[in-house]
Design a protein around this ligand. Structure first.
Ligand code: ZN
Length: 206
């Protein structure tokens, strides 16, 4: 497991790469990594930080209830509870949340379907445990909500109902994915953003 400084530095680098890809414009998105298991502690992005300009010193250490442990004055990302739900439900070591163009468009377009299915693409094999392009990945979509306690309860239910899912979309908002390490979670973002773009562009050209 990474130390807090190593996790902060690695997540700051992720922020710069994702910013350059257009997946976390401005202060959008948030990232976390587990830095202690018992008791649980996460290294997480602070609220309102520009994701292209993160420094390791900006990150916060929070406990299992989302309370900041260090530094004393910090305010964590508004969506901290969602990170904790995902860490608990999936035993994830890192959670990455993006606000890309395609996750925004497709989560809005398929909101009433409560998800979208992607299948038949070689790139699906970049998802943890997927061995064939014939895999069908169901990405659940939940309604957006500014009440984070309520939204985290909805996400908890979806993670339970869809144990094979590698990501969750929030309608008109963005994507959450996770992994056993920051590298795993970053790969999932790259694969899923690619697949969402392919899916969206091929719908448009039909
Ligand atoms: Zn968000």
């Amino acid at each position: 497991m990474l130390t807090f400084p190593a996790a902060a530095s690695a997540l700051a680098d992720v922020g710069r790469r994702f910013y350059q890809r257009g997946w976390v414009q401005g202060t959008s998105g948030n990232f976390s990594a587990v830095v202690a298991a018992k008791p649980l502690a996460l290294c997480i992005t602070p609220s309102s930080a520009h994701k292209g300009k993160l420094a390791a010193g900006d990150f916060l250490r929070i406990n299992s209830r989302g309370h900041v442990r260090a530094p004393a004055t910090g305010k964590p990302s508004a969506e901290t509870l969602l990170h904790l739900e995902i860490v608990n439900a999936r035993r994830a070591r890192a959670v990455l949340h993006t606000h890309s163009v395609w996750s925004t468009i497709l989560s809005d377009r398929h909101r009433l379907d409560e998800g979208l299915a992607i299948e038949g693409f070689e790139m699906l094999k970049g998802l943890d445990g997927v061995r064939t392009h014939q895999h069908r990945e169901w990405i659940p979509i939940v309604d957006n909500d500014q009440d984070m306690t309520r939204l985290s309860g909805v996400v908890r239910g979806v993670l339970r109902a869809e144990p094979a899912a590698h990501a969750v979309l929030i309608a008109g908002h963005g994507m959450y994915t996770w992994g056993r390490s920051i590298e795993d979670a970053e790969r999932h973002v790259e694969i899923l953003e690619f697949l969402l773009e392919v899916y969206g562009l091929s719908q448009n050209s039909r």
